[in-house]
Design a protein around this ligand. Sequence first.
Ligand code: ATP
Ligand code: MG
Length: 314
Amino acid sequence: MAFATYLSQLFSPASSLAGSNTTLIGGLALFDRFFRFLDLPVDVPEPLLSAPDPGPTPSSPVAVRFDHVSFSYRPDEEVLHDVDFTAQGGELTALVGPSGAGKTTLLSLAARFYDPSAGQVLLGGTPLPAFQEEPLRRVTSMVTQDLFLFHASLDDNIRYGRPNASDQEVMAAAEAAQLADLLRQLPEGLQTVVGERGYRLSGGEKQRVAIARAILKDPRVLLLDEATSSLDSHAERLIQDALARLFHGRTVIAIAHRLSTILAADQIVVVENGSVVERGRHLGLLAHPGLYARLYHEQFDSPPAAEVRYARDL
Ligand SMILES: Nc1ncnc2c1ncn2[C@@H]1O[C@H](COP(=O)(O)OP(=O)(O)OP(=O)(O)O)[C@@H](O)[C@H]1O
Ligand SMILES: [Mg+2]
């Protein structure tokens, strides 16, 4: 009996000892790839330490100018051709165009994830490469279609926008982003753990967390890739209210999928195959038959009633 029992107890440590070799080899290979990634050269070089700081938030809105910008991801394939327009300080510029036109690429250039192959992007008259990276990241904020939520509390997920914010500031941002009702329903309010294995937020709630994060960060330039998912009219209304607060007083470049954003835009830039083909305000563009008029009729000829009502209020 004793022998058999000891033997079975010996078996599991012995087999895990044998398995640890495999884990170790796998781990080493992983580390190898990890460090190869960390050692990659940075393809947007940083300037000297004496470079100008774009200034603390929010002072005054700054203009973002695309000055004859061309860009290619691969050497043989130009994605943007001679794009030239200015998103005026404090105004809302809406980017509209078919899929693959280069809208997301334009936002990536404005955030300086890449440098243009010709021309330049200027922030308040200064070319982006002249700025230090950290201050530049501080003044611009990008809200993407699909928010990444960390497996952490809602508070942590919002605070990620500005880690040293006070509790009141986080709460105020959540309220401005129309999250107050949700917080009341959650058992632990802001401390509720969300993400993969936590409380699952709906699409509309996630978007509002993204907006709260951006409100807390308080950027001077907001780059927004609006979600395409259609929501019910109540959720839509909440998001539009949250967005209206986020837009206020900032320079916004938005890839617009919402009718309300398009109608509120100070300038609509229509992009097709990497070039700007039309530019103007909604009614002016709609007045002549072009790409904008066609896209508009395709997308919005029967818009959800809530959007129309909201658009009329603007
Ligand atoms: N990381 C990348 N590497 C190589 N090519 C890319 C990359 N990202 C985008 N492209 C290409 O650049 C072109 C423009 O893409 P972009 O994502 O800017 O379009 P978009 O207007 O945002 O489209 P959508 O409305 O579908 O989001 C496309 O032809 C696309 O295939
Ligand atoms: Mg895109």
